[in-house]
Design a protein around this ligand. Structure first.
Ligand code: FES
Length: 385
């Protein structure tokens, strides 16, 4: 099986590793699910960057192993059997492994086997933060989680709530959909606009002078800390409020009110977006486009709110359940989901990266591709699976 067309990679001189990263990046932290999805002693499977994982909670702590028996390669998740809290036994020939270090500690069908104690399953470092379960997918010593999340996500006093969905497009298309300035056009009928008394322009007219000055986006690529790109088009370009064809105005945005949202949009390695504020002036949206396999991603959407105490957090949770999930994460972002799925066909054989014809406001997307191509800690390949 060939994952990426080498001919396409060779044609691109500016961001070749981005084209190669169809299955995402290695040696980065990715959220795979919410902590509440993993109950004590009940293994759950997850797919990340093409790898099959099995997660379990033991005495409150989450562990992750590769979901593939060393003996004949079957998935433990077909029929997870755990006879002690700390181990999992393969349903086929009873090879038994420890959750914490993956070691083969017993083989029930042949207790004297020389294999015992000599082999080890791949295990993954796990960290729970803000209700999300992050996995470090890689081979090096895990880096600090704070370098792989958008700035502010882990701040003390910021309550986080969210949802997770599986979407049928490659993760890169999703990341670019989120960071694409002029895709606001698809949201013009969103119920968020009247419901939350806000307004969204039809697009942004870029200023050639600002473009030449390089102010339309800003790359952050420091040695230590998160690496990302800020989109400044909202500040340096003119919002379009009349849609014209042949000089005739044919479309005007719905004006629901004067609440200002989405002032600052930024994208961060290994594939997370921060929209500040969104979908309300009191909230920030942090969302991840987590590679599942080459044609699908986990869309992990969260909202953050600064809270001073538990009562404020409960109030936020109530609003999240009654308004923000429906108006924002679903009502607004459902448009993004179908847009990504509509792009998948064009890019799935890789030639879309060559055939596309980008226009002026796409400069921030190109800056992101270059950053991702250069600043990653490794590209996931078929050999890694
Ligand atoms: Fe797992 Fe044989 S395949 S023990």
């Amino acid at each position: 099986r060939i994952l990426v067309n080498e001919e396409v990679v060779k044609k691109n001189k500016l961001w070749p590793n981005f084209i190669k990263a169809k299955l995402g990046f290695r040696n980065h932290w990715y959220p795979v699910m919410f902590g509440k999805e993993i109950e004590e002693g009940k293994p759950v499977k997850a797919m990340l960057c093409g790898e099959n994982l099995l997660l379990n909670r033991i005495d409150g702590k989450v562990y992750a192993i590769k979901d593939r028996c060393l003996h004949r390669g079957v998935a433990f998740s077909k029929k997870p059997e755990c006879y002690t809290k700390e181990t999992i036994t393969c349903w086929y020939h009873a090879w038994t492994y420890r959750w914490d270090d993956g070691s083969l500690c017993d083989i029930m069908t042949d207790p004297k086997s020389d294999m015992i104690g000599k082999h080890r399953l791949k295990t993954y470092t796990v960290q729970e933060a803000k209700g999300l379960v992050f996995i470090f997918l890689g081979d090096i010593e895990p880096t600090p989680l704070i370098n792989d999340v958008p700035p502010g996500f882990l701040d003390e006093g910021r309550a986080i709530r969210g949802i997770k969905r599986e979407v049928g497009s490659n993760w890169r298309i999703a990341a670019e959909n989120g960071f694409d300035s002029t895709h606001v056009f698809i949201h013009k009928d969103s119920k968020l606009i009247p419901n939350n008394e806000t307004v969204i322009p039809l697009g942004f007219a870029t200023d050639r002078e600002e473009e030449a000055k390089g102010t339309l986006w800003e790359v952050v690529n420091n040695e230590d800390g998160p690496k990302g790109v800020y989109d400044n088009i909202g500040q340096h370009a003119v919002p379009v409020v009349e849609g014209k064809v042949d000089g005739e105005t044919v479309l005007r945005p719905v004006i629901g009110g004067d609440k200002r949202i989405a002032n600052q949009i930024s994208i961060w390695m290994p594939g997370a977006l921060k929209v500040d504020p969104f979908p309300d002036p009191s909230l920030i949206q942090f969302e991840w486009y987590v590679p599942r396999d080459e044609n699908s991603h986990w869309y992990i959407q969260t909202l953050g709110k600064e809270v001073a105490n538990e009562a404020e957090e409960l109030e936020f949770e109530k609003d999240f359940n009654e308004k923000w999930e429906d108006w924002g994460l679903r009502g607004f972002n459902d448009d993004d989901i179908w847009a990504r799925e509509a792009m998948e066909e064009f890019y799935k054989d890789d030639w879309g990266w060559i055939k596309e014809q980008l226009f002026e406001p796409d400069g921030n997307i190109v800056a992101w591709r270059q950053l991702a191509s250069e600043a990653n800690r490794g590209v996931q390949t078929l050999e890694d699976l």
